[in-house]
Design a protein around this ligand. Structure first.
Ligand SMILES: [Zn+2]
Length: 663
């Protein structure tokens, strides 16, 4: 790692230090913009695109850092200042996107002598300028600026209302925890009031939803989970919908969904609606077969049941996995202590993409749990990653990768971070992970590799995952498949007590079991895509939020929603950031499965597909359209064939007969 690039927290800033770092970046960006505007005579790459990209580099870095601090800093005052800074930086980004002089300057660049990546970069930037409204009159631009500032505020508030409002459910007696693993019960002792409290944070919430025998407990937790940030976020979401609708119509689109699609792979709201319908048609027949199995399971205790409530699904699916697939997901956890999983994931990524990782020790960070690693290729650092992996009070409560710095070839190394909430190993508890968490870990690591390996560009503005945003979930979802490979799992999953590698037979049963209920999860995701589209597809006056949530759940999912799910929009955090584009996950899952079929499925750690994939899909970053990345790797556009095969896998590989219950 060059000495010129110290780790992001090396200055150990307090609030004032943080604000100075950020303001310095904003000032440097402003100087670069002034320099573009001041040019007399003809426009060149050197006098126009170079300072423009410098402004982008500085603004991005400022935005990444403030939004990261807003999510992870342990001190609430610091987080408040970071939130205010995010608003300020975003205001500067909006101002640049509405700067006519800069737009004119970029438009008049002669690109005939430049490379394809540079031409693509400028073309994309000009599109983004037009979508920002740069060619509108002064009054409209002033209004757009105000609307964007408002939107940034509302987005921050929406997210914070969710993370500041974990709900908690009281359990009167330990008997209501029947069915849960012993280490969970040990970690949930009664408080001073004699009651056990279970929060809606994932590590607390997911085990009871899956394992608790108590129907009442699962229902109460589900109600609490669906009620988070309600009613607070109802008004915030309404404001965002109004603001977004006004922005879209001022630019000349009939809805936010249409406007928001214009710079993405999907291109129009109409294509989005069609994708949701196509996915529904592909999914429904398989989902119905799964539903019949779940219902039969429910009828074992409730013979007259004809329907399944949404909160019952995780538990029923677990029972099916035990009875029909002879698989108990608890039996996998002892093989997945956090530290072994981490090592296994890093080793797998290293093998696939032919890089290595080297930890930097004693690097200062905002919390002592944060780790810093260099990504090495041919003995040279090509990027840096940070791992902030365990829950803390006030910390962002989901799992995600975030950019820290854009990579620019020869100038700035790409840096990224994982912000996750996996169980923390302690002296007495190795932090055993549920299998789904291990998959999520590799998913997020996939984003990180995309950002780092795609971060060797000439320009900051096309670096890493700075691209059509409805492609970025494809590489990460594809890597999830590696976590199903017995070969890959055997390389790191060892019993935390005996050290014995995970038995191949257990992995095979787990794979059959985990394939079960996929189509129903896809249908559920499609319902969420529909909610995100329907909330933004029209004038906000026409949208009834409660009805939209319940109607779309009823229409696309085969399960009956509970009343509290009418308010799930209040904690559906993607409605702030992704807005109408939640379809991204399923759109990209279709691409991911298509990509995956190109690999040697018998030996996922060998063959040249992974390096071909790195070269054709990851390495170009945002230097060309993702529609072209797909075509370059597949030789054609994506299709739903591989995805359909993936959804129906459980029916292909189902064991003959009815194996005895392994419990
Ligand atoms: Zn992701």
């Amino acid at each position: 790692m060059p000495k010129t690039q110290p780790p992001v927290w090396s200055a150990k800033p307090d609030v004032a230090g943080f604000e100075k770092m950020e303001n310095d970046r904003l000032a440097t960006a402003q100087r670069a913009i002034d320099q573009i505007v001041a040019v007399k005579g003809s426009r060149t790459i050197q006098n126009t695109l170079v300072p423009y990209d410098e402004a982008i580099r500085q603004l991005n870095a400022a935005a990444y850092f403030s939004s990261l601090m807003q999510q992870v800093h342990p001190d609430v005052t610091f987080r408040d200042h970071a939130t205010a800074m995010t608003t300020k930086v975003s205001g500067e980004q909006t101002a640049l996107s509405l700067n006519r002089d800069v737009y004119q300057a970029l438009s008049s660049l002669d690109l005939s002598e430049t490379d394809a990546a540079t031409r693509y970069y400028v073309k994309r930037q000009l599109l983004e300028f037009r979508l920002a409204g740069v060619d509108k009159d002064d009054a409209t631009r002033a209004r757009l600026r105000k609307l964007n500032d408002q939107l940034t505020n509302d987005q921050s508030m929406f997210d914070r209302n969710i993370s500041d409002d974990p709900r908690s459910v009281e359990v009167a007696s330990a008997s209501e925890l029947d069915g849960l693993p012993q280490d969970y019960i040990d970690r949930h002792k009664p408080g001073a009031d004699g009651k056990i409290h279970i929060t809606t944070n994932y590590p607390d919430l997911l085990p009871p939803l899956t394992f608790a025998k108590s129907d009442a407990l699962r229902r109460r937790l589900s109600e609490a989970f669906s009620s988070r940030a309600y009613p607070k976020n109802r008004d915030v979401l309404r404001d965002m919908m109004e603001t977004r609708y006004e922005i879209a119509t001022l630019i000349g689109y009939s809805s936010w969904a249409d406007y928001n699609a214009a710079d993405k792979m999907i291109m129009t709201g109409k294509n989005l609606a069609k994708f949701i319908q196509d996915l529904d048609a592909t999914t429904r027949p398989i989902a119905q077969r799964e539903f019949a199995i779940l219902l039969a399971e429910k009828q074992k205790t409730d013979p007259r049941a004809t329907e399944i409530l949404s909160y019952e699904v995780s538990h029923l699916a677990e029972l099916v996995r035990r009875s029909k697939y002879d698989f108990d997901s608890q039996t996998v956890r002892p093989y997945l202590p956090y530290n072994e999983v981490k090592k296994g994931i890093m080793d797998t990524a290293a093998t696939l993409f032919q890089v290595s990782f080297r930890q930097e020790l004693d690097v200062p960070a905002w919390d002592s749990a944060v780790e810093t690693w260099d990504v090495i290729e041919n003995g040279k650092a090509i990027g840096r990653i940070y791992l902030d992996m365990h829950p803390r009070p006030g910390k962002y409560s989901h799992d995600q990768m975030a950019q820290v710095l854009d990579g620019i070839r020869g100038r700035q190394l790409p840096e990224g971070i994982l912000v996750c909430n996996f169980p923390e190993p302690t002296a007495t508890d190795p932090g055993l992970m549920v299998y789904g968490d291990a998959v999520t870990f590799f998913h997020e690591f996939g984003h990180l590799m995309h950002h780092i390996l795609g971060g060797q560009q000439q320009w900051a503005g096309i670096s890493g995952i700075t691209m059509e945003t409805d492609f970025v979930e494809a590489p990460s979802q594809m890597l999830e498949e590696w976590m199903h490979s017995p070969q890959v799992l055997a390389s790191f999953a060892r019993h935390y007590k005996s050290g014995e590698p995970i038995p191949a037979d257990l992995v095979a049963r787990m794979n059959r079991a985990s394939a079960f209920d996929r189509a129903n999860s896809v249908a559920g995701q499609n319902a969420y895509s529909a909610i995100s589209y329907d909330i933004y597809k029209d004038s906000p006056q026409k949208v009834d939020l409660d009805a939209t949530c319940l109607d779309d759940l009823r229409h696309y999912s085969l399960f009956i929603p509970i009343a509290a799910q009418a308010h799930l929009y209040a904690s559906f955090n993607h409605l702030a950031g992704y807005s109408s584009a939640y379809y991204t996950y399923m759109w990209d899952k279709v691409i991911a499965e298509d990509f995956f079929q190109q690999f040697d499925l018998k030996n996922l750690l060998a063959g040249d597909a992974s390096m071909r994939y790195r070269r054709l899909v990851l390495q170009p970053g945002g230097s060309m359209s993702a529609n072209d990345l797909v075509k370059n790797f597949l030789g054609r556009p994506q299709s739903m064939t591989a995805f359909q095969k993936w959804m129906g896998e459980e029916f292909k590989n189902a064991p003959q007969g009815n194996p005895s219950n392994g419990q």
